[in-house]
Design a protein around this ligand. Structure first.
Ligand code: F6P
Length: 481
């Protein structure tokens, strides 16, 4: 039996148990896609602990016990999904309902009751598979929208340990959230956690607003939120990167070799780089149109710049992802057809993943980093682009105001990705920016990346979880039902 609330300790040194939908063991590190995996791995690297979640595999009869293997100080516990769970929990409710809704795309959010039931059931199954591995003084840290009801299931099984939740995506305003059928049940299940963390103050505001308006909740000082008979702590914990580590990657022999190959292939032309999973939230069609406008409005760039757009495949079983890929391919073909010469093609569109080492070399070789999502929880590419730059001759980041990162990286050229002319003008400004200005903008952002790095994110969340759990320890309260 796992520890009850009173047994749970909040002392330093509690074992960290991380739960996320997808577990990416260190051995598969080169295939990392998305900020979550890099963040979780970095968080566990120092403290050690358990990382539990989906293996990424689909099997007819998933074993009831997770597969376990350890590497360094981390024990990976992974479980497969059945074809139905993959379809209804992962592709369905997680990625066709919550993902678009949380990225403000109500128009793309499809609600299906059966998929929702499967989502709840998978959360229950996953919780019961983790249960035998838990110890009373563990700190449990659950990640992202796939697993919102996870703590509620653990609480029903008698787990009293501190449990925190971190949402990597944005949380939309209450007016959008209420369009989700059963939104009250989903939001209520967040109250089974002790601490709920978001990327930015904006997301926290949206949550508090929802709780006040829709759940008749009370908002206290210091992020306390009371609703559904429970009090939790809520706060913003903007995720960082290991800036020094990423900067060092760009100096590794492999990164340098790849950078030279890229530089040789573009001759003396400037590279503008974009690296994004194939996802409609990344604003890729608008970005390509803004690049087209750049070539139209600033013809000096014809024959002189390349847009290197690296777009790894993602969630290929979700129809909207196939549609966005077709649109991007169509636009790149159109722009290349319109402007290319026999010895120059403006857009190099690449639909595959590169490892982080190679990407760091590509970032270092690029005069401009183009990060223009229509909505993004944080966006780690923005941070990695800056970290990879040569301090003596850094490139310029053009960043969407709708990425969580824009709240910290205000020395980037901040743009509205819906305003194509503004994006084109910002790219031009970046291409022409004098060295002094590039250096001072870069220095300020790099200093901030180092101060607010991934270790600070981990430590501040874990500390807040420990104190929230100690402070909210009220045995008379029952967990949210
Ligand atoms: O950032 C959101 C996220 O879902 C992360 O959880 C994940 O690392 C990334 O996108 C990739 O998504 P998926 O696991 O669906 O391939």
């Amino acid at each position: 039996m796992v520890g009850s609330k009173t047994q749970a300790t909040t002392k330093r040194g509690s074992r960290l148990v991380v739960v996320s939908n997808r577990v990416t063991p260190v051995t598969a590190r080169k295939a990392l896609a998305g900020g979550l995996a890099a963040g979780v791995l970095a968080a566990l690297r120092d403290s050690g602990g358990i990382w539990f979640g989906w293996s990424g595999a689909v099997s007819e009869r998933p074993a009831s016990e997770p597969a376990a293997h350890s590497h360094d100080k981390i024990t990976y516990l992974t479980t497969d999904l059945s074809p139905r769970e993959f379809e209804e929990y992962y592709n369905g409710f997680s990625n066709r309902t919550l993902w678009p809704l949380f990225h403000y795309r109500l128009d793309l959010s499809v609600f299906d009751r059966v998929q929702y039931e499967t989502y709840l059931r998978v959360n229950r199954h996953l919780a019961s598979r983790l249960l035998p591995y838990l110890e009373s003084d563990d700190l449990i840290w659950v990640h992202d929208y796939h697993l919102i009801p996870f703590a509620e299931e653990l609480r029903k099984m008698g787990v009293g340990a501190p449990i925190g939740f971190f949402l990597h995506t944005p949380l939309p305003p209450a007016d959008l959230l209420v369009a989700l059928p059963r939104h009250d049940k989903l939001l209520r299940s967040l109250f089974a956690y002790d601490l709920v963390g978001f990327q930015t103050d904006n997301d926290v505001r949206n949550f508090r607003d929802y709780i006040q308006r829709e759940a008749n909740g009370r908002l206290g000082e210091d992020g306390l939120c009371t609703a559904f008979g429970r009090t939790i702590r809520v706060g913003a914990f903007p995720i960082g990167i290991d800036a020094d580590d990423f900067a060092a990657l760009a100096d590794t022999p492999e990164a340098v070799r790849q950078r030279r190959i890229l530089e040789k292939s573009v001759v003396a032309r400037d590279v503008i780089i974009g690296v994004d999973r194939t996802d409609y939230s990344k604003g890729l069609p608008s970005r390509l149109k803004a690049f087209e406008l750049l070539l139209e409005n600033y013809p000096v760039n014809r024959g002189r710049v390349h847009l290197l757009q690296i777009t790894p495949p993602s969630r290929e079983h979700v129809p909207e992802y196939g549609e966005i890929l077709a649109e991007i391919e169509g636009l790149s073909g159109h722009i290349n057809g319109r402007f290319a010469e026999f010895d120059w093609v403006p857009i190099r569109f690449i639909h595959k993943a590169y490892n982080r080492r190679i990407l760091s070399g590509f970032f270092r070789a690029s005069r401009v980093g183009l990060v223009t999502p229509l909505r993004d929880g944080m966006n780690m590419v923005a941070k990695e682009y800056v970290a990879a730059q040569d301090p003596d001759d850094p490139g310029v980041l053009v960043l969407s105001r709708f990425a969580g990162a824009a709240r910290q990286m205000d020395r980037a050229l901040i743009v509205n990705p819906y305003d194509l002319s503004q994006v084109a003008d910002a790219i031009q400004e970046a291409l022409e920016m004098p060295l002094d200005e590039r250096r001072s903008r870069w220095r300020a952002m790099m200093d901030d990346l180092k101060r607010n790095d991934i270790e600070r994110w981990r430590a501040s969340f874990v500390e807040a979880l420990q104190s929230a759990s100690a402070e909210l320890d009220r045995p008379e309260e029952t967990a949210a039902e």
